[in-house]
Design a protein around this ligand. Structure first.
Ligand code: GLN
Length: 534
């Protein structure tokens, strides 16, 4: 039996980078899902790294980890949060991984005698990575976000593969959505459409005619602007969607819906416009608009200059704030440079997120100490959990030089140490303890109460662990281990301090599992405690 062909939506970006292509693609996907279609999102990244795992969050933003342990682009987080579904490694690939695969096949002799070229060998592999998993997953629609900006050299093989697919599948099966922005002339703020015209021209040079334009703008524009864009680009006026800044990104699907974007996409793909079910999203957005009370949450990390470096943590805090009936003001604190104690006084809750390397560690330890001693609600994530253990060992157990061997290989008290399975690992990419692992929660603990079950699955990305030789001394001094890895009972996965209003740390990255519609219990626990403190 012939596999059924999914419809394909390509989302491209023009004019400049960082205009919300990922959030737009995720919003469209969520609307189509809410109309009963099975969606398979794919993000294609034009860089040569094999995956995002080795990239510095300071440069590229957070590395998002899937259940199956892929280290992916942060846009996958948008898709999971908007679609409320778990994705896997097939939803993200890079130019580097495509080339590596094609070259492997060549070495293996698969193309014997042929000259290996970008067209057709690289473009064939790109097309295969879009169509094959979509067919295997029986998706109705693949939403493919093409990373980069139209006009970039790096993006060309992706655009070429997209052009070929539209020719092969037929116009009625493929739709192109181009995300662009209006420019504003200084100082009159007059709206200018020239960059949009030029960006569409570049897309046409690649053989692609956009069916829809999503136009980022400061405010809705008038009919003249729309007609002008339509005239220069040949995109139907009702397919030109204004996308002004929304107060929350979760309003974006509702804005698109009002402009009938989802309906028109389905029509262009000759798919029936099925009933839309977005009541829960609407309710949540309405609640979000009404909230008056706010809490201050300090996020103490070292990649604070890039707002995307802790994207999932920031989103998880916002999701939980809504559940706790408050608005979260998230204040990023630079653990290396800022006066930690001076800043801590303003916070109703403190989060220390994940990270790597020695820089900024002592500042994080100060933040944890402040939270513990002053009974400020605290959540430690991965590195933040390890730092909390070090702080407890130093200041409660009296092991004053306790540290992680990651930061001080010669510490006399290695409370955090490399996992035995990691000792002989040489390559950095894809070699950590990665992906979803089950955790057993201990009865009677805060963690067990919050999750409401005995076994939970959380995602991991680390090489170090609490040194099992220190479990006893930490426990004797009052630290409670509330979760243990199910596959390895030496691995402590969660801690808490019972006498503290909320002091929880986990070796996992619960932020990757938080969704707007389903906030994460640990974050809800933190935000409720912060709201009580206020
Ligand atoms: N650097 C620590 C480790 O490798 C923590 C990692 C993290 O926070 N993701 O174990």
């Amino acid at each position: 039996m012939k596999a059924r062909r999914p419809k394909i939506i390509f989302v491209t970006g023009g004019v400049i980078s960082g205009i919300g292509k990922g959030a737009s693609a995720a919003s469209i996907s969520s609307l189509l899902k809410s109309r009963g279609y099975k969606i398979f999102p794919v993000k294609m990244d034009p860089y040569l790294n094999k995956d995002a795992g080795t990239m510095n969050p300071y440069q590229h933003g957070e590395v998002f980890v899937t259940d199956d342990g892929a280290e992916t682009d942060l846009d996958l987080g948008h898709y999971e949060r908007f679609l409320n579904m778990n994705l896997d490694r097939y939803s993200n690939f890079t130019t580097g991984s495509v080339y590596a695969h094609v070259i492997d096949l060549e070495r293996h002799g698969d193309f014997l005698g042929k000259t290996i070229q970008i067209i057709p060998h690289v473009t064939d592999e790109i097309k295969r990575r879009i169509v094959k998993p979509a067919e295997d997953k029986k998706a109705d629609i693949v939403v493919v976000e093409i990373g980069g900006t139209v006009g970039d050299i790096e993006e060309e093989p992706f655009l070429e593969a997209a052009r070929q697919l539209s020719g092969e599948c037929g116009e009625e099966n493929v739709s192109f959505i181009h995300v662009v922005k209006i420019d504003y002339v200084f100082p009159s703020e007059e709206e200018k459409t020239k960059p949009i015209q030029q960006s569409v021209k570049l897309l046409r040079e690649a053989g692609i005619h956009p069916n829809f334009l999503i136009v980022r703008c400061k405010q809705e524009f008038d009919g003249d602007i729309r007609s002008k864009i339509a005239m220069f680009t040949n995109v139907r006026p009702d397919h030109i969607i204004e996308a002004p800044n929304a107060s929350s990104i979760y309003e974006v699907p509702l804005n698109f819906r009002k402009k009938r974007l989802d309906e028109n996409i389905l029509k262009s793909l000759r798919l029936p416009v099925k009933r839309l079910d977005i009541a829960l999203l609407q309710r949540k957005v309405r609640k979000l608009r009404r909230i008056a009370k706010s809490v201050n949450i300090g996020l103490v990390g070292k990649y604070v200059m890039n707002p995307d470096a802790y994207l999932s943590v920031v989103e998880a805090i916002k999701h939980a704030a809504l559940a706790a009936g408050v608005k979260a003001n998230i204040i990023q604190v630079d653990s290396e440079k800022d006066n930690i104690i001076g800043k801590m006084k303003d916070f109703d809750g403190i989060v220390v997120p994940g990270g790597f390397g020695k820089r900024g560690i002592e500042g994080k330890i100060k933040a944890v100490k402040y939270a513990r001693e002053n009974k400020v609600p605290f959540l430690g994530l991965c590195l933040g959990f390890q730092v909390a253990v070090i702080e407890y060992a130093r200041h409660v157990c009296g092991l004053t030089r306790a540290n992680s061997t990651e930061f001080d290989p010669r510490t006399p008290n290695p409370a955090i140490d490399i996992m035995p399975s990691q000792k002989n690992v040489k390559d950095l990419g894809g070699t950590m303890r990665l992906g979803a692992w089950d955790m057993e929660l201990v009865k009677g603990t805060k963690a067990r109460d919050l999750y409401g079950k005995d076994v939970v699955s959380e995602r991991h990305r680390h090489r170090y662990e609490v040194n099992p030789e220190y479990h006893d001394v930490l426990e004797k001094n009052g630290l409670v281990f509330s979760g243990w890895a199910k596959d390895d009972d030496r691995l402590a996965d969660m801690i808490e301090i019972p006498s503290h209003p909320f002091f929880v740390g986990t070796q996992a990255h619960p932020e990757f599992k938080s969704r707007f519609l389903v906030p994460h219990p640990l974050f809800v626990g933190l935000l409720k405690a912060a709201a009580r403190k206020k």
